[in-house]
Unconditional design. Structure first.
Length: 319
């Protein structure tokens, strides 16, 4: 018992010290200055990815019309999914005349769905993913729209507070907190998990790797990755009263049937943004009766109703 106490005490002390500090992240914009430079940046990205053990669906995607367009979209996939998740929506946006970039998050999209790397993905990785997508988008079109899902929506929220050059930012099912868990408890848990060795949790322990849904998504998540996403949430929350929006519009899209995220916390965050930014911020929540899932993007998800969710997204992004 004494050994356990001696082991736990340093972790508790470190957790307390970290709770008194706001997590620090950085954005390093290097926007493309032309359409040709945007294509070159994407080619460099794909060359770098070619050495990675990716599944066919796992690589970053670019859809373009051979020239700059009025609208360009950067689509950020969920934590354990990959760029394929957004391809069906991207095709619709492309058909409407937009250029599209779907950057892959570091350690996403591996052919080995049970790899031991994903847990090392950090919140800074999510910001870097968004930064690179936005750098490419700068050369692809005029009005840049950033869309993030779940954990990547938290990164998109941080980007909206810290990077210029974006017209719209859309946060879909943002994972600012866990369903049924208070922010203070979750923040403390995340701090503790970040100091313990990484381990993996199944999204559904009864089905494990046989989880229904997209065959290119990971059926489990690393605790360090999840903890770091909560740290990023804390950074967004800590900056609500000090950081003005850099984006011209911020949109929150949630579903009342979501049992993964803390929608009450998301509402509180959007309300604080509204109080500070006024009409720049808008919200919409699908009623629970529609049973729209947390991942309302990937048509391979059980219970997906992408006809409905895509229609609302297209309305919200004004295309």
């Amino acid at each position: 018992m004494r050994k356990l106490a001696l082991f736990a005490l340093p972790i508790l002390v470190l957790t307390f010290l970290m709770m008194t500090q706001t997590p620090s992240f950085k954005s390093t914009p290097e926007p493309a200055l032309s359409f040709a430079e945007a294509l070159a940046k994407f080619e460099t990205l794909r060359r770098n990815e070619s050495s990675q053990p990716l599944c066919p669906e796992g690589a970053s995607r670019l859809m373009h019309h051979g020239q700059r367009t009025d609208r360009v979209f950067v689509l950020l996939h969920g934590l354990t999914n990959c760029p394929q998740q957004f391809v069906p929506l991207a095709k619709i946006l492309y058909a409407k005349g937009a250029n599209i970039v779907i950057p892959r998050a570091r350690l996403a999209g591996f052919a080995d769905r049970l790899n031991n790397e994903q847990g090392h993905q950090t919140a800074q990785d999510l910001i870097d993913q968004a930064d690179l997508g936005l750098d490419i988008a700068a050369g692809l079109g005029s009005r840049v729209t950033l869309i993030g899902l779940s954990g990547s929506a938290v990164a998109a929220g941080w980007i909206a507070q810290n990077r210029d050059g974006i017209h719209d930012v859309v946060l879909i099912s943002p994972f600012f907190g866990m369903y049924g868990v208070s922010p203070s408890v979750l923040d403390t848990t995340a701090m503790t998990l970040s100091k313990l060795p990484n381990f993996y949790q199944w999204w559904d322990a009864s089905k494990k790797e046989n989880l229904q849904g997209p065959t290119y998504a990971y059926p489990r998540f690393g605790t360090h990755c999840m903890a770091d996403t909560i740290h990023l949430s804390r950074a967004v929350r800590a900056s609500l009263d000090t950081h003005s929006l850099h984006a011209q519009r911020l949109v929150f899209l949630t579903t009342a049937s979501d049992r993964g995220t803390n929608n009450d916390l998301t509402i509180a965050i959007s309300d604080r943004f509204k109080a500070r930014e006024g009409s720049k911020v808008s919200t919409y929540e699908f009623p629970e009766a529609l049973d729209i899932p947390h991942d309302m993007i990937d048509p391979s998800q059980p219970g997906a109703n992408t006809d409905l969710s895509y229609s609302k997204i297209l309305e919200l992004v004004e295309i």
